[in-house]
Design a protein around this ligand. Structure first.
Ligand code: 5GP
Length: 184
């Protein structure tokens, strides 16, 4: 079982890539993160995230229940529960972590065997229009995400691999190849 970290700026299509991998490859599962942000209309508790309040999240931190956690976009906690690793291990599945840069750096330190992959947009313009098309954020949230994205893209070289998310199926196959080659 491999731990696979997928990072990259908001709007780059990590979520779509994860869905492609789950639908097209055997043996993968997705780590469901805990977060204090509120659910979007289409999101289901326990499926997209474990939606918890701040007090509950801070209790989980105090109880050492996280592999990593971070405050993302300045306002909400997000974190990977150690339970997710235990579950994937028991099921013999690779575990995909779709997390931000701060979280990815923590995993690089605590789990050096994790496969870390940075997902790049084809260009910054493409990223901006994808973020705007999603229309789930306000203009000021979009501006925050764009400035975070610029900073995140500069960190790509810290990762084991980079893929450019131009064509979904091609990028998905690139990731499958990386994982199978890493398993040796
Ligand atoms: P969103 O609010 O759009 O679902 O996610 C915002 C950001 O939080 C994304 O960049 C996503 O990768 C990051 N994120 C989601 N789950 C986790 C997590 O468990 N840990 C960390 N560090 N970041 C996460």
């Amino acid at each position: 079982m491999s731990l696979i970290v997928l990072a990259g700026p908001a709007g780059v299509g990590k979520g779509t890539l994860v869905r492609w991998l789950l639908a097209n490859a055997e043996g993968y599962s997705l780590s469901v993160s805990a977060t204090t942000r509120s659910a979007r209309p289409n999101e289901v508790d326990g499926v997209h995230y474990h939606f918890v309040d701040k007090a509950k999240f801070e209790k989980l931190i105090a109880d050492d229940q996280f592999l990593e956690w971070a405050t993302v976009h300045g306002d909400n906690y997000y974190g990977t529960l150690l339970d997710e690793l235990t579950r994937a291990d028991a099921e013999g599945l690779h575990l995909l972590l779709e997390i931000d840069l701060q979280g990815a750096r923590q995993v690089m330190k605590s789990k050096p065997t994790a496969i870390t992959i940075f997902v790049q947009p084809p260009s910054f313009e493409v990223l901006e229009s994808r973020l705007r098309d999603r229309a789930t954020e306000t203009e000021s949230q979009i501006q925050t995400r764009l400035s975070n994205a610029r900073a995140e893209i500069e960190s790509a070289e810290e990762f084991d691999y980079e893929v450019i998310n131009d064509d979904l199926a091609q990028t998905g196959k690139d990731i499958l190849k990386i994982v199978s080659e890493s398993e040796g």
